[in-house]
Write a protein that binds this ligand. Sequence first.
Ligand code: UT7
Length: 316
Amino acid sequence: MFARLISTGGYLPEKIVTNDDLAKKIDTTHEKIVELSGIHSRHIAGDQENTITMAVQAAQQAIQSSDIDPDEIDLVLIATCTPERKMPSVACDVQRILGLKRGIPAFDLNAACSGFIYGTVLADQFIRAQTARCVLVVGSDKMSEVIDWSDRSTCILFGDGAGAAIFKADSQPGILSTYLGGDGQYADLLYTAPQPDKPGQETLQMSGREVFKNATKTLERLVDDVLLPVGLCRDDIDWLIPHQANLRIIRMTAKLLNLPMERVISTIEHHANTSAASIPLALDFACRRGQIKLGEHILLEAFGAGFTWGSVVLQY
Ligand code: UT7
């Protein structure tokens, strides 16, 4: 029994903030931001938009793009580190707003930028254990809410959005291999902390260079972690869909896999880092353009706060 990807959806807020827009407020330039990260612009949620509304839009698109009856969905997993409220979960809100079947399990998980990978691995486990047959996995983050817009080392990097995928039990190959990791020893390199002058608000703090080094070190193990255990090698991978944190990291990962950049789905230029939404948004982008053909192998990978990391190989 396999968990097969049957459809995807995505949502990006209408408002676009360019590097030049940021340069009017902080000491930076378009060229420097591109040099550091590859980012040109990002989408930022409007006042009425939040993790719930974005997740609903992305999930709705995934459902509409599939041939399933929404009543078939028997598990809702939402990956987010910026939930609109502490409870109930975004997943329960999405279940209610979309009128999904009552009584099915629905919950959020927080693995920061690795959240969608964690959610996908859970979907795979539920389907293989035959405790679910049709799982909606959404990554939704409103990073603009936790950004210190006066900190040029972090505010240039992030954006808002949501991406969704539906996995269904199938005898035909779908997810072939998964790997998850976490190490809380590195919590102080990327975290949110309360702001003394803004009660109730937390802002993101990052030791960028250290995170960069750890991310690339972890990604060096990708082949050993997720390909070799199931008898796959670099040459079996047709597409890389990486977490969109930094174009330099994406290029290094492509090199590691011997993949030309034409085989890498990179949306960082216009999406920036949307945390848990980054991979499903890139996946949706590629699927909608018809880039990925039936039967091709896709490698998804992420690294984020925690640290957390993970990867998934699936046959499309
Ligand atoms: O999604 C979760 C995982 N996150 C990541 O994987 C992010 C990992 N980190 C990174 O992507 C990179 O470390 C950054 C993009 C955050 C920074 O790149 P870096 O190559 O590590 O640069 P740096 O922080 O060492 O800064 C290089 C220079 C510094 O100036 P000096 O000291 O060389 O004069 C910074 O002050 O760039 C300067 N700088 C900027 N200049 C203009 C840093 N940010 C900016 C900016 N505009 N926005």
